[in-house]
Design a protein around this ligand. Sequence first.
Ligand code: ADP
Ligand code: MG
Length: 323
Amino acid sequence: EKTINKIAAGEVVERPASIIKELVENSIDSGADEIIVEVNNGGITYIKVCDNGCGIEYDDLDKAFLRHATSKIRTEDDLNTIATLGFRGEALASIAAVSKVEMISKTKENDIGAKIIIEGGKILSKEYCGSPTGTIITVQDVFFNTPARLKFLKSQRSEGMYITETMQNLAMSHTDVSFKYRLNDKLIFATRGDGDLKSVLLSIYGKEIVNNVIRLDYSGSIAAIKGYIGSSSIAKGSRSGQSVFVNRRYVKNKVVAAAAEAAYKSMLTINKYPFFVIEMFLNPELVDVNVHPSKSEVKFQDDNAVFKDVFNGVKNALLSEKV
Ligand code: ADP
Ligand code: MG
């Protein structure tokens, strides 16, 4: 059972950034509107996620770490239309199998919270503990018991960059949650949770970027296109600063990026990649979401229609800007 957990953990926990994604998504699912994330040394030695969500009862605290323990019951049919981010009940079990975890949690109905300590999948202690309402989870020494996987990680600096990117995507797709993100004791960004994407972009990228973006708001044949596009100084020779969200999930998709770039280049002569955050909304049945938790690729049923809608959405915004 322990070996199975370690192997399965490889699917969910590829690197510290995947742990961050799972933990923050759990916090979002718990109804939190304030989430604080602290990371040291690329997340390899230390990750802490603190939320003001619904919390977990004392009796349920150890169950949350069992494989396939989920309070978010689903059927296969629901997979395309799920409202919560988690649904497989695998993340906590997988994370705890390959690290040292401490979780403190309290529900608002209770006066006292609970604390559990798990190392390498083994519960070391569980006791009552004072706590504010919500959940505080600390993950230390990722892959301490799987040295081969530890060796596979990149430098702390690179792992930290993956985490920052993950945090940016989470903040951009959850504008109504206030995020504070610290890396190596330095505040990287803090968002307000005011529901405004532009205010999130300001927190993440700063004034220089945000003062030079144009708003996208277009209703295409199959997709609504929202977000912002602009020329970027962060994307020197790279596509960093390009994010695509489909129905509020961060995705990697070449069609959307290609359409946006083509439209931008058809209107303006630039020799670098444009900055953009594109939010697409379309019927979930027209998107094949890879349900693997660590993958973000999607496939559209009709790539040509998506290309057209994004292209026209961007072109439209640039045209109306010129008037
Ligand atoms: P899933 O999110 O797929 O249900 P997880 O392993 O990520 O599975 O979490 C297991 C369960 O633990 C969740 O279903 C939820 O009930 C509980 N849980 C995890 N994190 C939190 C949190 N931050 N606040 C409240 N409940 C949580
Ligand atoms: Mg989860």
